[in-house]
Design a protein around this ligand. Structure first.
Ligand code: ATP
Ligand code: MG
Length: 477
């Protein structure tokens, strides 16, 4: 029988997101004092400080790991500036490729930004290894005696992933040096639910009394608005306090990156798509800076803002434009009546009326609201009264307002740190796995001995084992 290390001292969770990835951890001691007390790293990129880093990874020409996160973006764009990037392998936003290829083969290759191929397993395991090593170093600073075997790892995956994708992540973690006895896989919405269940009412953003969101029998919809997608899952709290999944839906592409795309489209509408494409290809560093600047500004957009918004835009964009069109953007913009008085371009500054800035949210927010409305008319979701808003994009006051307006009869719960709900919940789950519904084998530990009768041949001709997990719920109860 496979056993999970019971003598662990620390739980560490890794959230590998489409756009951002990070880790969080807490010791057994921390957990017993306050389950919500977890530590996470702060990653910086210029003015942007974040508890998760960008999901980007860079390998050298020998496919040897080079760097991860904002650092990988900086290195790669630096090499591009010197035209020395061609031999490198640079991957970004590749997580959903696992989902797109549900019939995933272990030898599945991923294409990098330039179309060069590397084994998906090597790419994923290098990322997990980087986060694992980073965390170990960080822990050893505070707890110098921490060693590998003291840690219980939790890796989160989307609810809609099939067992093949989950098994792939497990193997990638094994390859990164995390053995099965120390590894748990948790579903992102379940981790987010656990986090919310542990929060005091005051931090759940609930107004008005008399409403107990997590009483046995209650159902709620987990609305996880991330970078790439908005994932929807419906849970019911069982009488034992564990979770039962009633419904899950494919994530739709209305996450936070939709706003970045809207901003890019606005710029392209002003300067022309060809100029924007060229600028992206030849001035990668400036391009990345422009979107980091936008990221910082975008996080503060609110419905009631009236002031104009100023962005710093790289001078190189105007230079490129001038070279192609023979004039400055500042003068060109005056020939576009739709931007008259609304968008001004002055040197390296772009000044935008607040209405234009808010308008960037329209497409994603309207689609999300329409989708939620139609979902609530469906069978399994009809009688659900509560929406739990988690994921980084749920931090947006504009999105929150839209959801509240679209769903006036529902109880909307927005925890204090929606962007960290998955990570924090995953750490809590690592300390206490019995909080999740015990009936699914994916939470178990892979048994060491695979009985012959349970071996099945997959499409890849590799041998996988079905039904070989112990149930944590049983181990813990
Ligand atoms: N205050 C804010 N206002 C608007 N958007 C925000 C805010 N804070 C974070 N975001 C957006 O949230 C997104 C990141 O969310 P999150 O970290 O949950 O994504 P992820 O886990 O990488 O993606 P996924 O869950 O789709 O795999 C980014 O697009 C970011 O711009
Ligand atoms: Mg996420």
């Amino acid at each position: 029988m496979g056993t999970l290390n019971e003598d662990y001292l620390l739980v560490a969770a890794i959230d590998f997101g489409t756009e951002y990835s990070g880790y969080a951890f807490s010791t057994r001691d921390d957990y017993s004092r306050d389950p919500l007390k977890v530590a996470a790293n702060t990653w910086g990129a210029g003015n942007l400080m974040s508890l998760k880093t960008s999901t980007c990874v860079l390998f050298d020409k020998n496919k040897k790991f080079h760097s991860f996160g904002f650092e990988a973006e900086d290195y790669y764009s630096g090499y591009a500036l010197d035209d020395e990037h061609h031999d490198y392998y640079f991957f970004r936003r590749f997580k959903m490729k696992l989902f797109d290829r549900m019939q995933l083969k272990r030898k599945f290759m991923l294409e990098d930004e330039m179309g060069k191929k590397m084994s998906a397993m090597d790419v994923f395991s290098a990322c997990i290894k980087y986060l694992k090593d980073h965390l170990m170093k960080r822990c050893q600073r505070n707890l110098p005696n921490t060693i590998d075997s003291h840690i219980r790892w939790v890796l989160t995956v989307p609810a809609i992933w099939n067992d093949t994708s989950k098994q792939f992540m497990r193997e990638a973690a094994n390859k990164a040096g995390i053995i099965d006895e120390q590894l748990m896989i948790a579903l992102e919405p379940e981790a987010a639910s656990i986090y919310c269940q542990h929060l005091p009412m005051t931090r759940l953003g609930i107004t008005g009394g008399g409403f107990v969101p997590f009483a046995p029998g209650s159902k709620y919809l987990v609305f996880d608005a991330g970078g790439g997608t908005v994932d929807i899952t419906v849970h019911e709290i069982q009488s034992s306090g564990s979770l039962k999944e009633l419904y899950k839906a494919n994530g739709r592409n209305w996450g936070g990156t939709y706003i970045d795309i809207a901003f890019r489209n606005l710029l392209a509408d002003i300067v022309g798509n060809d100029v924007m494409d060229d600028f992206q290809a030849t001035q990668m560093m400036d391009y990345i800076d422009l979107f980091r600047e936008f990221e910082v500004k975008k996080r503060n957009f609110k419905n009631d803002m009236t002031e104009r918004i100023n962005f710093k835009v790289p001078i190189a964009l105007n230079d490129d434009f001038k070279q192609k069109r023979g004039k400055n953007i500042k003068d060109h913009i005056k020939t576009k009546p739709q931007y008259d008085q609304k968008v001004n371009w002055i040197g390296d500054k772009l000044r935008m009326e607040s209405g234009v800035a808010k308008g960037l949210y329209e497409g994603a927010c309207d689609s999300v609201a329409r989708h939620l409305k139609s979902l609530f008319s469906e069978g399994q979701v009809k009688d659900v009264q509560t929406i739990l808003m988690v994921g980084g994009f749920s931090e947006s006051p504009i999105l929150q307002d839209i959801i509240r307006k679209a769903m006036p009869d529902k109880n909307i719960i927005k925890p204090a740190d929606p962007g960290l709900a998955v990570l924090t919940g995953a750490v809590i789950y690592g300390h206490n796995p019995s909080v999740i519904h015990a009936g699914r084998y994916t939470y178990g530990v892979k048994a060491k001995v695979y009985p012959e009768a349970k071996k099945i041949a997959d499409y890849d001709k590799d041998v996988l084992c079905a039904d070989i997990f112990d149930i944590f719920g049983h181990l813990m109860l």
